[in-house]
Design a protein around this ligand. Structure first.
Ligand code: C2E
Ligand code: CA
Ligand code: CA
Ligand code: CA
Length: 276
């Protein structure tokens, strides 16, 4: 048994070594990737549930790794935050998203995800946004910034000030992944958001769990009272779309409408959507 345990431990050590090495390699690769322009934005449409109009696209980052292929953000955003790469990477995303959106029809918006690290930089963030808008010529009203609930946990006077500063630029701010974090409905009264994005975990369980239905209805009702719109994420079926519309969600996003597509496919998608 003793030999066994030792063997297991050595195996464990080797696995740890392998994990540490993979992680180190990924960190190094990430820094090089930024210099080599290996990042790309994909875009996924947001669709109005009543009437079906396409109202905008969310920009979603991808890493085109020379060896690994297309790497999803879940595999590298946290590391980019930890090694301090998220600020330059986030600025790149802002510039790229605004530049692309400037070539779309004027009634189509673009939504950009912000890391809480970017949000914490406050005035620097407002500066970066202003620069991305002026460099691209995109009117501020066509830009939406998406932040998650984790941002709201920070010092609330500063958070509030940053939110006001951003909205004063003329853009809109959405609360992303609503329902997954620590915030409650009371946050919606306290912070000025234009949109609430209801997390896909609620949408997925709509038909099987009545509490999900109740939550979505409560969020949509309160949001409407406060003058905010609601977006349902992860809409995959027609049944979900119909249920969400009944519950008062304004917009939907998900594979039912389209997967995220490369920038080159956006105009085609807008055109096809209009002619459906
Ligand atoms: P998110 O902001 O909640 O983005 C929605 C995610 O759900 C995307 O995953 C999208 O591809 C996926 N999705 C969309 N529709 C469906 C559906 O019908 N079913 C299912 N199962 N999934 C759907 P993705 O692109 O892998 O992005 C993951 C997360 O990475 C994002 O979650 C966001 O938090 C983060 N992220 C993406 N791009 C950026 C970025 O430019 N900057 C920062 N800071 N974070 C980003
Ligand atoms: Ca988002
Ligand atoms: Ca989300
Ligand atoms: Ca998410």
């Amino acid at each position: 048994a003793k030999a066994d345990g030792g063997g297991c431990f050595r195996l464990f050590e080797r696995e740890m070594d392998a994990k540490v090495q993979t992680r180190r390699a990924l960190e190094l690769d990430l820094r090089i990737a930024f210099r080599n322009n290996e990042f790309e934005l994909f875009f996924q449409p947001l669709v109005q549930l009543a009437g079906g109009r396409l109202s905008g696209f969310e920009a979603l980052i991808r890493w085109r790794h020379p060896g690994r292929g297309l790497v999803p953000p879940g595999d590298f955003i946290t590391i980019a935050e930890e090694i301090g790469l998220i600020l330059p990477l986030g600025e790149w995303v802002l510039h790229e998203a605004c530049r692309e959106a400037a070539s779309w029809p004027d009634d189509i918006k673009v939504a950009v995800n912000l890391s809480s690290e970017q949000f914490k930089s406050g005035a620097a963030l407002a500066g970066a946004v202003t620069e991305a808008l002026s460099a691209s010529g995109l009117p501020a009203r066509r830009l939406e910034l998406e932040i998650t609930e984790s941002v709201l946990l920070a010092e609330s006077a500063e958070t509030l000030a940053t939110l006001h500063q951003l909205r004063a630029l003329g853009l809109s701010v959405s609360l992303d992944d609503f329902g997954t974090g620590y915030s409650s409905l009371s946050y919606l009264r306290k912070f000025p958001f234009d949109k609430i994005k209801i997390d896909q975990s609620f949408v997925r369980e709509l038909s099987t769990r009545s509490d999900c239905t109740a939550i979505v209805r409560a969020v949509a009702d309160l949001a409407r009272t406060l003058g905010m719109a609601t977006v349902a994420e992860g809409v995959e079926t027609l049944d979900q779309m119909h249920a969400l519309r009944e519950l008062g969600c304004v917009e939907g996003q998900g594979y039912l409408f389209s997967r995220p597509v490369p920038a080159a496919d956006v105009l085609g998608l807008i055109h096809d959507h209009q002619t459906v």
